[in-house]
Design a protein around this ligand. Structure first.
Ligand SMILES: [Ca+2]
Length: 121
């Protein structure tokens, strides 16, 4: 009985150790995607929303088209990182563009217009 308890403790210790090693292993990995912005379907951060992620705020590597359900739909933007969000009227970062350096509770002429974006500094 004691021997069984002992091996159970050893198993638990081994599991805990492997969890620690696993966590330490991911710490040195390449930069992981961080939540850079949340976009909302209505002004004042209301309605449906999605989070936008990027490994870092570098224009070329952060270029994205919005999911089709979000094309021409965004009405406010909350920024979570010290980045700029560059928005474009067409997919493939094409057409007119503008830069937002901070959260926007309304988008004025950009309301329901954004189709693609990139993050920059
Ligand atoms: Ca558009």
């Amino acid at each position: 009985m004691l021997q069984r308890i002992g091996s159970a403790v050893l198993m638990a210790a081994a599991t805990a150790m492997s969890l620690v090693l696993c966590a330490a292993g991911t710490a040195d990995a390449a930069p992981r995607a961080q939540r850079v912005a949340t976009v909302y379907e209505h002004a004042n951060y209301q309605g449906a929303s999605i989070d936008l992620y990027a490994d870092e705020c570098v224009f070329v590597s952060s270029q994205r088209n919005l999911p089709s359900a979000w094309n021409d739909r965004i009405s406010s933007i909350q920024m979570h990182q010290p980045c700029a969000m560059v928005v474009f009227e067409h997919s493939g970062i094409a057409g007119a563009s503008t830069w937002f350096w901070a959260s926007q509770n309304g988008l004025g002429p950009w309301n329901d217009r954004i189709s693609s974006y990139a993050f920059s500094k």
